[in-house]
Ligand binder design. Sequence first.
Ligand code: PEP
Ligand code: MN
Length: 263
Amino acid sequence: LVSRKKKADDTIVEVNGEKIGDGQTYFIMGPCAVESYDQVKAVGKALKNNGLKLLRGGAFKPRTSPYDFQGLGLDGLKILRQVADEEGLAVVSEILNPYDMEAALDYVDIIQIGARNMQNFELLKVAGAVKKPVLLKRGLAATIEEFMYAAEYIHAQGNSEIILCERGIRTYEKATRNTLDISAVPILKKETHLPVVVDVTHSTGRKDLLLPATRAAIAIGADAVMAEVHPDPAVALSDSAQQMDIAQFNEYMDDVKTFAKKI
Ligand code: PEP
Ligand code: MN
């Protein structure tokens, strides 16, 4: 169902006036994790000031260590919704557990399935049964074929509004957090009809690479770019080193506006 052979024209996922997949470039920005109203509000205002419409933020966090901050859960989703409504934004947030899906639908506009859950087939089936777009991230060690099959699980349940996200894969290379598989973008665009997003934060894990990775993503045909922004990354409860602060975010957007297809 996700194959280009089944549907020749591009699928466009429309959220909050943004038509992801229409040939222009869209941005999904926000903190790694929701920590407080004030934190999300600062980021939400910065997005609005830059003309952006899609706010990301993790309320349910998939952390490597069980002792690390696990997210604010439903309270985090409520904060995202409040800020999004105040600033005219849509909410993109990860759901980890199928049992949280129904409650989350009241607050989230795009359901994110994280890399660690790309092959959580029961979660994929639940996401496939909802009437909201799903942003599916590529697994840490998933082949492109496995990634497409994961999307197929969602589509097979009736939900065709799927956005694929390349977020880097595990290789032997240690200079970056993951290895951004940039060629996955044109392959996914060729093999499927779905829009493709590149997460420049989790793939590189390096603030100095966000801009070149964004250039590469857009040049190679990505429909959208995701990155993390936090008002005070030094005290962030997750992914502290890799998030842009608001000033860096504004600078990044100024640069991006010189080469993105449209903002
Ligand atoms: C995220 O985007 O918040 C996240 C946890 O990313 P990933 O699933 O790609 O690691
Ligand atoms: Mn993160």
